[in-house]
Each structure stands twice: as C-alpha cells, then as structure tokens.
Design a protein around this ligand. Structure first.
Ligand code: GLY
Ligand code: MN
Ligand code: MN
Length: 440
C-alpha cells in the first residue's frame, strides 16, 4: 500500500518537534539537463519527498514552527499554467499543494525571493543545507543577512544557520512499518528480476540483453525503473566495482555478476547482487570463492540484530573472508595481523554494506566520532561482501602472488536486511543464492 497523507503529516510533526524554534527551508530537486534541451527523468530530492510526498521539480518547502497554527507548512510550487502543462504535463499548482499535500499555504515558486524574508522572520535559527541548492541558497542567505542587518533595531534575528540533515536523517534512518512494506515490495520485484536474469543468461548474449530483461521486469511490475545504474558484469568486468557499460559478450566459463534493484514510484529501493556461472557450472576455483563469499555473507546477515553495529557486520564478513582466503592460499599469515594491516584489500576493497531507503546509499550516521552507532529495529542495511581477483591492485608485501587460475573472478552477494525487534528480516531472501541454485 502506498504511504498515506497521514504518514507524511506525522513525519512533519516529528520534524517540527526536532526543529525546536528553528525554521527549515527544504528545496525540491530541479530538473537536470542530460544533453542539449533534453532532461534526465525527474528524480525528487529524498528529504523533500520524505516530508511532502510532492513529486514536482523546483518546489520549496518551509517549516515554520515560530508561526501561528495554519501558517507553519508552506509550499512554493510551479503554479498551474496550461501552456506549460501542454508540453510537460500536469501540475498540482498552489490549490493542489494545499488540498492534496497538506500545505497550510502555497504560493507560486516565483514569489519565494519576495516572501522568504517575512516567513523566516522571528525564527530562532534557520535549518538549511548549504552547498546543495544553488538556486535557493542565495535567497536564504540574503534573508538571514537582512535579519542580521536589522537586528540592532528589530531586536531579533535567527542566531545561526544549522544543518537540517542530522535531525531529518535520524528520522529517515529508522523505517516505519509502512516504509518497510514498501521496501518489501521493492525487494520482491528486484529479486524476481534476478531470478529471470539467471534463467536467460547464456554464453554469447551481450550483458546489455540481460540488463534489458531485468529492467523490463522493473517496469512491467510498475516500478519507476532501476534504482541505480544496473551492473551486469561478465567475467573480469565484475572486478570493476562500478562497471556499468554492460556491453560485453558473455563468455562460456565466466561468472556473471549482476547488481541491480528497482526504484518504486515512491522511491523506495531494492539493491541486490547475485553472481552465477554463465554456462550453468562453476569451475573449482569459482565454486571455492563463491562458497567463501556466501559463508561471509551469511555470517554477516546472521550478525544483524539490535545492539550490533554496521562496523560489527563488516568485521564479521572480513574475518570469514580472510580465514577462507588463507585456507585457499590466496593470503598468508595470521588472521588478526592480516585484518589489522588491511592486507586483504587487494581482494576485498569495499565496505560490507550501507543504509538503504529512499536513497540507495541512504542517509543516517554510521558513527559519532569513535563510537559506532548501534543498529535499531527499523534500520535497513545491505549486506554485500565480495571478492575480486584481478591484477588491478598490487599484492601487498608479504602476501602471495595470485596464480592465473584465480584471475578474472569477481563475486558479490548482496541482500537487503531490516533490523527487527530481536533479530533481522532478510527482505531479499526470495532471490536464491545457494550454490546449487546458481547452477543448472
Ligand atoms: N548498487 C550499489 C551498491 O551496491 O552499493
Ligand atoms: Mn548493489
Ligand atoms: Mn549496495
């Protein structure tokens, strides 16, 4: 079920509480040029979306706890305009912003510069993320500067510009039951696409043909599309972590790594990686490394629980990987020493996961100084260890040279895992990963 207007209202209420006496200015995303006068598909700013559910570009939301009831949530939006709508489609306009999105007041976006100083007047502080919103930032700074200029006589000015992110991102980090439902839906569609991809992949196909099967399923199921550039990487291409050219022929004897997930209409995302043999049969080396990555991934997933940390989940995966790599002769030495020195990083060079939500690499703090934040029910993180054997990174001193038989093997296994009251829920468990299921 879609997130209801009441849930957005409840999020705003919690945001107001967190703001105290500070006013917040949150801009929507603009349209971004792709080339010439063509634009990328519109993608709303996730902070703005979280608090408004309003999916149009250029809008600005004001949260004004210092104003009287009925003037606290103000939207500036592109107004209704038939000549623009005939080209680019429907707009809600000011009336729709009030009637459908719960704004107390709404104005045309063109009036922001003129109205902002008055709306911000009397706020104890101004919450605005500098450095991200080029069109709105000068207006906020001018409004604040005006307050400071007048302060000796007016007797009042906002005392500081504060970042809204810590408040807002702490809210976004803990997913509500409604959000978890949406993430289960994104996970379901994403997992189905991976199952389809494995059924069609065979030697001689182009990576892009497999990408097409995956993304067709996203669209057929009503998702907006891919949550991020799908990675469909045959053989050694899988050792390029952000490989997205997806334009090589799939070869007999290689593995295929697919990292793909859908984004729903309301922007909740799936993020799944699976790796399997293109011809349906692992070689000995591929199977040994696959089983090792799977063991690390399953141990790391099992570690996800309240009180654990993302760092602890990562350390769990690293320890299993390093032990296994020593057993296979790809690393040498004592486990703790290898981990301490990072002498495994030519084979495993990324972290084991990230928060997942409205952003694929979702917001929220992993740590505060030296303190790693504990996982809490409602948080969702990916668990995605891998191994990437190639010549791209130098083998650290003291570690064994890599025999050719291992090279060109890149494996990652990634699930989306929600922290529950006492343990965890693997949202993407329906995407198979047992070695036998990867073969045919
Ligand atoms: N697909 C992006 C990631 O796994 O982090
Ligand atoms: Mn991924
Ligand atoms: Mn990921």
């Amino acid at each position: 079920m879609l997130i209801s207007p009441a849930v957005y209202a409840e999020r705003r209420a919690r945001f107001f509480q967190a703001l105290g006496g500070a006013a917040a200015v949150l801009p929507a995303a603009p349209l971004v040029t792709h080339h010439a006068d063509c634009e990328w598909p519109f993608r709303q700013n996730s902070d703005f979306w979280y608090l408004t559910g309003f999916d149009e570009p250029d809008a600005v939301a004001l949260f004004l706890p210092h104003r009287p009831e009925g003037e606290r949530f103000v939207l500036f939006v592109n107004p209704k305009e038939p000549s623009a709508e005939v080209w680019n489609g429907f707009r809600w306009g000011c009336e729709g912003a009030v009637a459908q999105f719960g704004a107390d007041l709404a104005h045309p976006r063109s009036e922001l510069a003129q109205r902002l100083p008055e709306y911000l007047s009397g706020a104890e502080g101004i919450a605005f993320r500098v450095g991200k919103h080029a069109a709105v930032e000068p207006l906020v700074l001018q409004a604040w500067a005006g307050q400071l200029d007048r302060a000796p006589r007016s007797g009042a000015a906002a005392l500081g510009l504060v970042a809204p992110c810590p408040l807002l991102h702490a809210l976004r980090l803990r997913k509500s039951p409604e959000e978890l439902d949406r993430m289960r839906e994104a996970a379901r569609i994403s997992a189905e696409a991976h199952e389809l991809a494995r059924q069609v992949a065979r030697p001689g196909l182009n990576e892009r043909q497999v990408q097409a099967v995956i993304e067709q399923h996203f669209l057929e199921q009503g998702a907006r599309g891919a949550a991020y550039n799908s990675i469909v990487a045959g053989g050694d291409n899988a050792c390029v972590l952000h490989y997205t050219s997806n334009n090589a022929q799939l070869r007999d004897g290689d593995l295929l790594l697919i990292d793909a997930g859908c984004s729903l209409n309301d922007y909740y995302n799936g993020d799944i990686t699976r790796t399997f043999p293109i011809n349906g049969h692992f070689t000995g080396e591929q199977r040994a490394l696959y089983e090792l990555v799977l063991a690390a991934q399953e141990a790391a997933v099992a570690a996800v629980a309240p009180g654990q940390t993302a760092e602890g989940v990562h350390e769990t995966a690293v320890r299993v990987l390093v032990q296994g790599l020593v057993d296979l002769g790809l690393l040498a030495g004592e486990i703790d020493g290898i981990i301490e020195q990072g002498a495994y990083r030519h084979l495993y060079m990324h972290r084991t996961g990230h928060w997942l939500g409205l952003d694929v690499h979702d917001v929220g703090a992993y740590r505060l100084g030296e303190h790693h934040n504990a996982l809490e029910p409602g948080m969702v993180l990916t668990v995605e260890p891998g191994l990437y054997v190639s010549d791209r990174l130098a083998v650290p001193e003291g570690q064994p040279a890599i025999e050719d038989r291992w090279k060109g093997i890149g494996i990652r296994i990634e699930d989306d895992v929600a922290v529950t009251e006492h343990s965890h829920e693997n949202l993407t468990a329906s995407a198979l990963k047992a070695p036998a299921a990867m073969e045919r």
